[in-house]
Design a protein around this ligand. Structure first.
Ligand code: DQA
Length: 148
């Protein structure tokens, strides 16, 4: 199956950005590890990071017809602000897993609300770069159960 990984704004700076909160692992290292996990399980994976909301929205629209089976998404700051990105996921009605490196519930109050969690298959947060690994494991298990 085809898996799509989407990373929101500022995640291109992972490794240097507030390492006390987000860790020292780079986005390239995270994407490489996900790629290996997906390929070992016989799947295809595409990753995209963008600082632009519309690029993420356009990519989600394209996923409607490009064979994407499941989306793994860290909406980053858009988690707490973007009705439009949420609406894009609802519009294509593809299953998705919400990911965060940090635990937003343990941080500022404005991070407690997510526009994504209620529509997600599930949410994995708080384990640093490992959140992506655990989300991939969850995605692979979901695909096993839901695809032929
Ligand atoms: C984040 C948490 C968000 O609150 C924040 O705006 C981010 C990253 C995370 O992965 O922990 O940019 O999504």
């Amino acid at each position: 199956a085809k898996l799509l990984v989407l990373h929101g704004p500022n995640l291109n700076l992972l490794g240097e950005r507030e390492p006390g909160i987000y860790g020292r692992t780079t986005l390239a290292a995270i994407d490489n590890a996900l790629q290996i996990d997906a390929q070992s399980a016989g799947h295809n994976l595409e990753s995209l990071q963008s600082n632009a909301e519309h690029v993420l929205i356009d990519r989600i629209h394209a996923a409607r017809t490009d064979g994407t089976a499941i989306i793994l998404i860290n909406p980053a700051g858009l988690t707490h602000t973007s009705v439009a990105l949420r609406d894009a996921l609802a519009a294509v009605s593809l299953p998705y897993i919400e990911i965060h490196l940090s635990n937003p519930h343990a941080r500022e109050p404005f991070r407690k609300h997510s526009y994504f969690s209620d529509l997600a298959l599930g949410v994995i947060a708080g384990f640093g770069a490992d959140s992506y690994r655990f989300a991939m494991e969850a995605a692979l298990a979901w695909l096993d159960k839901h695809t032929a």
